[in-house]
Design a protein around this ligand. Structure first.
Ligand SMILES: Cc1cc2nc3c(=O)[nH]c(=O)nc-3n(C[C@H](O)[C@H](O)[C@H](O)COP(=O)(O)OP(=O)(O)OC[C@H]3O[C@@H](n4cnc5c(N)ncnc54)[C@H](O)[C@@H]3O)c2cc1C
Length: 449
């Protein structure tokens, strides 16, 4: 068939990107020497003949606008054969030879009906639910996912501060794509995978409260929790992690995770070709700066004292690098930026020297605080407050094992913590079996109660 004129419509829910698609359809058609038409209010407008010829300027300046300039409508009546026939009549009356339908699965059903009647139709999937069969990604999904992840990012800090759970409800009708993908992006899948696995075995029970103290109790241990309960255990695996120390200056909460980071090993590649500041004067700060050397274009090392505590060899190596700039003695007094971090306000400790530094990221390397308080009367902690462990994750206290960031293991990484947790659990089991504290029924709850 010789196509001389096309029409475009947007139907179903609106989605950012629909306008860009309309513009592309119209201008491409005009570029190919075809006439282009816009159908107002989707299939309802089509059946009522709301069809207008469009020029290139009619679709100018619409890309950045949300919604759809052609407007949309829900129109269940389009399932009726007589309404479809009327739509065909309107298309022919306006000299339209083919239709481009932009929308979700309902839109595609309408398009399929016209196709069955022999009218040429092209479908462009636009559905924030991403539920159009046979497509990888439809228009609107990216914006919806970013909006959800941004909401989760914002709620996470508030939820932590108030010790509350927040529910983020996402759209999706019969399709869980947005919920699943935003969960994956926000890191929920890792915890879910572990939780689901644990749920299959009767080996763990959530105490649901912070442990305040662990002490010896006969052959085993007694654990006190902050809500006044006391639990008994023959062996304990302690994995309470650590907290990163923060500066506590204005803007820190706002930019946490949006420019402020703690782990160069984890996040250095995100700052390729960008400017960063590293705060601190010890080995952690200099190791971070060294890890960033191959990525960041400029590394500003900010330290509140003129001298450094880090190993002299490490300091010398970082000093040699051409892209490291030292700011001493200087402190960050404020984080600058609107939606994301744009810089830091520095001042000398006496406040006499001031400097605003434009950076995209700040790595805080000013120390860690292991959550080892509940153990401090039971085991001798190292000078950093970490729990000493041997190669089997055993602490000096028999029957007490520890894993993850709370231990004296130098590298603080998820995969290391997970591996240590598994080793600690096996060591605890072996301890119970070797000392005949269990009847060796691995996986049975009564074995450890
Ligand atoms: C911003 C940031 C980004 C990171 N990025 C990465 C990365 O990209 N890759 C990577 O490998 N690592 C990364 N890490 C490090 C990683 O998160 C840790 O190494 C890992 O989570 C350590 O696991 P853990 O089980 O030892 O401690 P945590 O994951 O900290 O778990 C400890 C748990 O114990 C609970 N707890 C604390 N005290 C008590 C108590 N008294 N009673 C009961 N429960 C208690 C805490 O609430 C927490 O739930 C990052 C860390 C941060 C902060």
């Amino acid at each position: 068939m010789d196509i001389k004129a096309i029409a475009v419509l947007t139907a179903g829910g609106d989605a950012p990107g629909m306008n860009a698609a309309v513009r592309a359809v119209v201008r491409t058609a005009l570029g190919l020497g075809l006439r282009a038409h816009g159908v107002r209010r989707a299939y309802e407008g089509l059946a009522r003949g709301e069809i207008r010829e469009l020029g290139a300027r009619d679709v100018g300046g619409i890309i950045q606008r949300g919604g759809t300039v052609l407007q949309t409508a829900r129109f269940p009546d389009f399932a009726k054969p007589e309404v479809q026939q009327e739509a065909l009549r309107q298309l022919k009356a306006h000299g339209v030879d083919a239709l481009v339908a932009i929308g979700g699965d309902g839109t595609m059903r309408g398009a399929a009906a016209l196709d069955r009647l022999g009218f040429p139709v092209v479908g462009i999937p636009a559905s924030i639910d991403n539920d159009v069969f046979g497509t990888d990604m439809s228009i609107g999904v990216d914006t919806a996912l970013n909006t959800i992840v941004e909401a989760i990012d914002k709620l996470r800090d508030t939820a932590a501060s108030h010790q509350r759970a927040f529910i983020v409800e996402t759209m999706g009708r019969d399709c869980g794509h947005l919920a699943l993908m935003s969960g994956v992006i926000s890191g929920a899948e890792m915890t879910e995978a572990f939780r689901a696995h644990m749920g299959r075995y009767a080996v763990a029970e959530a105490l649901g409260a912070g442990v305040t103290k662990i002490e010896k109790d006969g052959a085993g241990f007694a654990l006190d929790t902050e809500d006044g309960r006391r639990f008994k255990a023959l062996s304990v695996v302690y994995c309470a992690g650590k907290e990163y120390l923060r500066l506590g200056v204005p803007g820190e909460d706002r930019f946490m995770g949006k420019g402020i980071a703690f782990c160069a090993t984890c996040d250095a590649p995100l700052y390729k070709g960008r400017k960063v500041a590293v705060v601190g004067g010890g080995n952690s700060a200099f190791t971070s700066a060294r890890d960033l050397l191959g990525f960041a274009s400029e590394i500003h090392l900010v330290h509140r004292r003129p001298e450094f505590r880090a190993d002299p060899a490490l300091v010398a190596e970082v000093r040699k690098a051409p892209n490291v700039i030292f700011h001493t003695p200087m402190e960050i007094r404020e984080y600058l930026g609107a939606d994301k971090l744009a810089g830091v306000r520095l001042a000398s400790p006496d406040g006499k020297n001031k400097l605003d530094l434009a950076v995209d990221g700040v790595f805080l390397e000013i120390g860690l605080s292991p959550n080892s308080g509940p153990l401090k009367e039971l085991v001798q902690l190292n000078p950093l407050g970490e729990v000493p462990v041997d190669r089997n994750q055993a602490t000096p206290e028999k029957g007490l094992f520890a894993a993850g960031d709370v231990t004296d293991t130098e590298e603080k990484q998820i995969s290391i913590a997970v591996g240590q947790g598994a080793l600690a659990a096996l060591s605890a089991y072996k301890y119970l079996a070797d000392n005949k504290l269990t009847k060796s029924k691995a996986g049975r709850k009564e074995a450890w109660q």
